[in-house]
Ligand binder design. Sequence first.
Ligand code: OFO
Length: 161
Amino acid sequence: MSEKVYKALNEQVGKEVFSAYLYLSMATYFDSIDLPGFAKWMKVQAKEELGHAMKIYDFLYERGSRVELPALEKPKATWKSPLEAFEAAYEHEKFITKSINTILELARKENDYATEQFLSWFVKEQVEEEAQTDIIVRKLKKLQDSPTGLYMLDRELGSRE
Ligand code: OFO
């Protein structure tokens, strides 16, 4: 594996761990405003993000490279509303998609077919990641601060396993 591809994948481990950190921070925000279902959704998402980080970790290990964990920035801790938090989550997922695509382009340039193949899972996953946050943004927009609607959405999101 080339140094460039290694560096990009190594940084991506950090970005996925940061995603977990950001969503855990969002969970604390939702718990603080008594929306336990929203908080649960974010806690499940945070675990998924750690899973993404581990997938890259394991791939690097299989290819004979050691992960060097980068520093994590402090995630934002508060948002004006559930809508603002989910809009931020959606934006973050778009950022992650771009990052994956950049590594994929790099792997192609370097004729690194194994990395290209490995990243195809992430390309598919990002379609889902963007869609699931976007749909919640759209639902929240429709609710327009209706407390009953918010309560019902909280119940729905709380059923995420
Ligand atoms: Fe790892 O997909 Fe979200 O960030």
